[in-house]
Write a protein that binds this ligand. Structure first.
Ligand code: PEP
Ligand code: MG
Length: 900
């Protein structure tokens, strides 16, 4: 029979699939000899069995009881004992941390009888009733879904009756009464009494944790974070320790370094006389952890030494939760902590300097997505007015938007394409859709470890929290500036719809829309900022350079102009992977293309082509000059020719108008006839790509001649031109052979040119599955994954993205759009077949990708594993692709570090 329950001493950090992240790390801390309250973990296997059958697997509860008895024996307390009751905390813990998503029930074991035992034992009657109140509330909410408002209304009534405003002013007697009122709420809502059997409480709580895996907001979060839906959660059952036993007790959360900036030094929040949920919810304001040194120096120093141990053991930033019970320190959780993109780079660099990790590992600690985030613009300090308030800088970025107070408003505004800042006193998991929809999140309560901060950091949203100078009243729809943080703004009232700007890097909140400027990372990449001028930039520089050293794949850019090529080069591109020549046929030149299309005889066509050729030659020359010494892949014309003519409806209207006025439509009439002749029901599948080259005489020859002339010119100027000619949309080797013969005939007319490779795009499924044949006529392959995705799925991107992709994502048919990240199982399979078959024929065949996936971090890893030589992407994505190409080279195949 499988083992469903592991004592903390039996597990370790490697077992997070089985024990969840929290359980595995509790086990690891227990093994390290750190003070962890005794407990055990029920496995994710048990959860999956429960979710499949609707019942716990056979034997699971027997195991739970055995482990429970072991805890009872260790502590000399018994669950349900009227004099010395054992109390338990039940917490969920999945493989990936899902902040605020899953459920916790504390103080299990309290009943109408054991509460008296707890009071006697601790000598603190108020504490006992406070704990019981928490249990009825959390249990009611989590296990039976009793709405919070029903409890908070009773709490308010109790305060009114006692004539006090603070909860702490309620007496033991008041709380005793409140427990009665809560139990009544529980009874009225659930139709049953609050369970008086501790074992039943435990049983129901465990089932509730299992079931919460499929709660709506957990499902939603998983989809956002691309966490597989079938993992299930583990359940951790642990002896309670109490942070709410008076002023010498308390609870806190801490990071071994600052998770926002990466600054060295312990960072955290502490709340005296409180339980953990009080800190995380942000409902009471905490003090900085450093103050614990005055409050309880012994615990503080012990904590510092434990955090040092943890950081060395995990070799990374750790975050922890702890509780002090009457001077005794207990560790309740640790994990490798979430961090901002900035902190990720800074910390990776520091850990290398400290000799804790090497550069390869450091590369694995950062990601291309984080680098992309750092390239976002920031606020221009010169343009910023005095801030309205300065809160906690919780997640970086410069966000400008209109104020909304409710999650639903953020969602509907985002659907209209508006940028909004979601403003709340504090957030909770129900706000998640609005947090995703918003550009930024602003709260007036809570610190760096509040729900808003943790979730925003995880999602890469800008967040300022704990801006206490602001009084947020969502019902009235106002924010009132009550403090003087920014100087002189006291009394200002902002309303829904007003523009504000929040700086997640400094915590500043500004009225209006503040101008933004480019990030230091971009300025460094562009060569305007020295790496040593800033610790973030220094870390980025070091890791990018290391990535270039270890990467097998090169990174090229998609660029059509010399200007783009220069930028790409500055960003580290090793050549151009795709120059789309159609972009050279626009503007003034459209008229020449019209002449080509309208030509009725060879002479007219040749004349139009002859007029285009010098222009193309000049374009290519500039491009080759900008990328001197690096490959420049020039794609012959791809789109259907009628794309260069006016739209059918527009022309029809123009011609009809002329006719109605009795005038001659002239040129428009000829154009209309041509457009009608060339009309295609589905241009994506029509006369385009290589087909054009075979049907429109002279077109590709003109382009090849222009390339050859430009190359000759560059050679004459002492340059090192390295063009490559690329044929689009090939589906059969014969197509490529025919175009190749045309091109070679043209090139043969030039003396002294360097070898100019002629290759093809692989972007038609037929090309992928006949790649072995096509490779015989190709000097290189470049996968056009945009078309390959469209044609492989049989949908056109322009038509489907707005039409039904949202629904497909909701249904989980896509985890992410296949145009954003390569569909590894479907389109990826076509790619794998093509690479294998082509290299079987031509072992050294150069293979790259120039579809948009070339700049997507996840896809870059796929292309590395598939054996590509390079990826090509837009100039701005070149740095992140370089980083990912390096990461792909240093990490073992398919392994992923847990950065969630
Ligand atoms: C592609 O199809 O991936 C490609 C790069 O070509 P285009 O996007 O220009 O069709
Ligand atoms: Mg294409």
């Amino acid at each position: 029979m499988p083992k469903y329950v592991y004592d903390f001493i039996e597990g370790n950090r490697e077992l997070s699939d089985l024990l969840g992240g929290k359980g595995a790390n509790l086990a690891e801390m227990t093994r390290l000899g750190l003070p962890v309250p005794p407990g055990f973990t029920i496995t994710t296997v048990a959860c999956r069995a429960y979710l499949a059958a609707g019942e716990p697997p056979e034997g699971m509860f027997d195991e739970v009881n055995r482990h429970l008895r072991a805890i009872e024996a260790r502590l000399g307390k018994r669950l349900g004992d009227r004099h010395d009751p054992l109390l338990l905390a039940v917490r969920s813990g999945a493989r990936f941390s899902m902040p605020g998503m899953m459920e916790t029930v504390l103080d299990i074991g309290l009943t109408d009888t054991t509460v008296a035992g707890l009071a006697t034992l601790t000598g603190d009657e108020r504490f006992a009733w406070d704990s019981y109140r928490r249990l009825v509330h959390m249990f009611g909410r989590t296990v039976f879904g009793v709405p919070d408002e029903l409890f908070t209304a009773e709490m308010a009534a109790a305060k009114r009756a006692a004539g006090v405003t603070a909860y702490s002013a309620l007496s033991a007697g008041d709380l005793h009464g409140l427990v009665g009122a809560y139990q009544k709420v529980f009874h009225e809502y659930t139709g049953r009494d609050f369970p008086q059997s501790p074992h039943e409480q435990l049983d129901l709580a465990i089932r509730a944790v299992f079931e919460s895996w499929n709660a709506e907001r957990a499902v939603f979060y998983r989809r956002q974070e691309r966490i597989p839906a079938d993992l299930g959660t583990a359940v951790n059952v642990m002896a309670m320790v109490f942070g709410n036993l008076g002023p010498d007790s308390g609870t806190g959360v801490a990071f071994t370094r600052d998770p926002a900036t990466g600054e060295r030094g312990v960072y955290g929040d502490y709340l005296a006389n409180a339980q953990g949920e009080d800190v995380v919810s942000g409902s009471r304001n905490t003090v900085p952890l450093q103050q614990l040194e005055q409050i309880d120096p012994r615990s503080f120093h012990r904590l510092m030494s434990i955090m040092d141990t943890l950081e060395h053991h995990y070799r990374d930033l750790c975050d922890i939760e702890f509780t002090i019970e009457r001077g005794a320190l207990w560790m309740l959780q640790t994990r490798v902590g979430k961090r901002t993109a900035e902190a990720a780079f800074v910390i990776a660099g520091q850990l290398v300097d400290e000799g804790i990790i090497n550069l390869d590992e450091a590369l694995d600690r950062v990601s291309g997505a984080q680098l992309a985030h750092l390239m976002f613009p920031r606020f221009d300090p010169a343009a910023a007015p005095a801030p309205l308030a300065v809160g906690v800088a919780a997640a970086p970025g410069a966000a400008v938007g209109r104020v909304v107070f409710h999650s639903a408003d953020a969602v509907s505004a985002a659907a209209r394409g508006e940028q909004v800042i979601l403003v709340r006193r504090e957030t909770n998991p129900d706000d998640l859709p609005g947090m995703i929809a918003a550009t930024g999140i602003l709260t007036s309560h809570g610190g760096k470890t509040s729900h808003a901060a943790v979730v925003a950091r995880g999602m890469g949203r800008t967040c300022v929290c704990g801006a206490e100078a602001l009084t947020v009243d969502p019902d009235a729809g106002t924010i009132t500036v009550a403090g003087t943080a920014g100087g002189g703004a006291v009394g200002t009232v902002l309303r829904a719809g007003d523009l504000i700007s929040i700086d997640g890097g400094t915590g500043a909140v500004y009225p209006g829309a503040v101008a933004v400027r480019s990030s230091p990372v971009v300025r460094y990449i562009e060569g305007d900022l020295a790496p040593e001028s800033d610790q973030l930039v220094a870390a980025v520089d070091r890791l990018l350079r290391h990535a270039d050293t270890v990467a097998r794949m090169r990174v090229r850019a998609n660029a059509d102009t010399a200007e783009d090529a220069e930028r790409a080069r500055a960003f580290g591109a090793a050549g151009i992977g795709l120059c789309r020549t159609e972009h050279m046929f626009l503007g003034d030149r459209r008229e020449l293309v019209e002449r080509l299309i309208l030509a009725t005889d060879d002479a007219g066509r040749d004349e139009a082509l002859a007029a285009l050729r010098p222009l193309q030659r000049a374009d290519f020359e500039a491009l080759l000059a900008a990328m001197d010494g690096q490959p420049v892949t020039i794609r012959l014309l791809d789109p259907p020719l009628h794309e260069f003519l006016p739209a059918l409806d527009e022309l029809t209207a123009r011609v009809a108008r002329a006719r109605a006025l009795g005038t001659d439509p002239g040129h428009d009439g000829q154009l209309l006839a041509a457009v009608r002749r060339m009309h295609e029901s589905n241009p994506m599948l029509g006369l385009r790509g290589v087909r054009l080259g075979l049907v429109v005489p002279g077109l590709f020859e003109m382009q090849v001649r222009a390339i050859a002339e430009a190359t000759a010119q560059r050679l004459g100027d002492g340059g090192d031109p390295r063009p490559q000619i690329m044929v689009p949309l090939v589906g059969a080797v014969q197509e490529l052979e025919a175009v190749r013969a045309q091109a070679e005939a043209v090139l043969a007319g030039f003396d002294g040119l360097p070898p100019i490779p002629i290759g093809t795009m692989i972007e038609v499924p037929r090309a992928a599955v006949t790649a072995g044949e096509i490779a015989t006529a190709a000097d290189f392959f470049s996968f056009g994954t945009n078309d390959l995705t469209q044609l492989g799925w049989g949908f056109s991107r322009d038509d489907v993205e707005g039409a039904f992709f949202g629904r497909y994502l909701e249904l989980g048919i896509f985890a992410v759009s296949p145009f954003e990240s390569i569909d590894t199982t479907g389109i990826g399979r076509l790619i794998a077949i093509a690479v294998t078959d082509a290299r079987a024929v031509r072992p050294g065949l150069e293979i790259g990708v120039c579809g948009e996936h070339g700049g997507d971090p996840e896809s870059v890893r796929f292309f590395h594993d598939a054996g590509f030589d390079y990826v090509s992407c837009s100039p701005y994505r070149v740095p992140l692709a370089r980083l990912e190409a390096g990461r792909a080279a240093v990490r073992p195949l398919h392994s992923r570090s847990d950065t969630r």
